[in-house]
Design a protein around this ligand. Structure first.
Ligand code: HEC
Length: 278
């Protein structure tokens, strides 16, 4: 090997032949590529979906596309890593078996906002409507941008069957009947969500707006995994107790209210290290 790299060794000689060297480099890169890619295709079927895993409903699918289009995944991950602190904060860590129908996956690599993989059922629908309309009305000091247009922009129902057909080609098991009934199914689920938002004291007439799809999607996150861990959990009912709903309402501002004063600036917060002995 030493002789190979010596000043007048074989390596130097090959380097002197640009065409041969280019071809050998390309071959080396191709071999590396095959070695990297092969396992992905070979173990493709090795990850079995969770028994409780179901493809997104047509409305949730539409909401997922809004999530992607708005770039929510630039600030939010959807992947709880298997560390104690993450599990304590977000819930059970993510496993491959719950991701089989995630196309494209939205694991994300940046958490400007919190992880959303276990979000479903954490808040009532109305919280999400208010939060999307103005994040600072539910989360004082939030740096999340507002998305008020979701409350007015009509939901494009006609696009859903095409999306489902595309996903089916990629292996998501949508049936013909589900695709044919996509519009009706989406409308029915949207009406339910809109009615609940209204009954919780929120704005009416949201059934045909983008926001219902986004709420449907957000409320679904992590639910299949939660059901795998607790078979008694009802998929349709978010896991929010009535008294928790009240507590959440107490923390929300009415539209038009002034947000509360900000926390003291960092410079005024006592420095916890000043009292420590050296
Ligand atoms: C610039 C970064 C940024 C973007 C983009 C962003 N968020 Fe957020 N998000 C945050 C931050 C920061 C918080 C924490 C404060 C809060 O609750 O508003 C947050 C909180 C949330 C929460 C509450 C999570 C919890 O567990 O309390 C939800 C739900 C959420 N975002 C959804 C979305 C959706 C949906 C979008 C896209 C339409 C989006 N976010 C876009 C930064 C962002």
């Amino acid at each position: 090997m030493k002789r190979f790299f010596r000043a007048n060794g074989a390596h130097r000689r090959i380097e002197g032949w640009p065409l041969v060297f280019t071809i050998l480099t390309v071959v080396a890169i191709l071999v590396g590529t095959v070695v990297e890619f092969a396992p992905i295709f070979l173990v493709g079927g090795a990850v079995q979906p969770l028994a409780t895993l179901e493809p997104y409903t047509p409305l949730e699918l539409a909401g997922r596309d809004v999530y992607i289009a708005e770039g929510c995944n630039n600030c939010h991950s959807q992947q709880v890593r298997p560390f104690q602190d993450e599990v304590m904060r977000y819930g059970p860590y993510s496993v491959a078996e719950e991701e089989v129908y995630e196309t494209p996956h939205l694991w994300g690599s940046k958490r400007t906002g919190p992880d959303l993989a276990r979000l479903g059922g954490k808040y009532p629908h109305l919280w999400h409507v208010r939060h999307m309309d103005n994040p600072r009305s539910t989360s004082p000091n939030s740096i999340m941008p507002p998305y008020p247009h979701m409350l007015t922009k009509p939901l494009d129902l006609d696009a859903i069957p095409g999306k489902m057909r595309g996903l089916r080609r990629l292996g998501i098991p949508y049936t013909d009947a589900q695709i044919a009934g996509a519009s009706q199914s989406a409308q029915a689920q949207a009406r339910e969500i809109a009615a609940e938002v209204e009954s919780q004291g929120g704005p009416g007439q949201l059934a045909d707006r983008e926001i219902t799809a986004v709420v449907a999607y957000l409320q679904r996150l992590g639910v299949d995994r939660a059901r795998a861990l607790d078979p008694d959990l009802d998929r349709a009912e978010p896991d929010v107790e009535a008294h928790e709903v009240e507590e959440v309402y107490d923390t929300m501002l009415d539209p038009g209210d002034e947000p509360p004063l900000l926390e003291p600036p960092v410079s005024e917060v006592p420095n916890p290290t000043t009292n420590l002995a050296p």
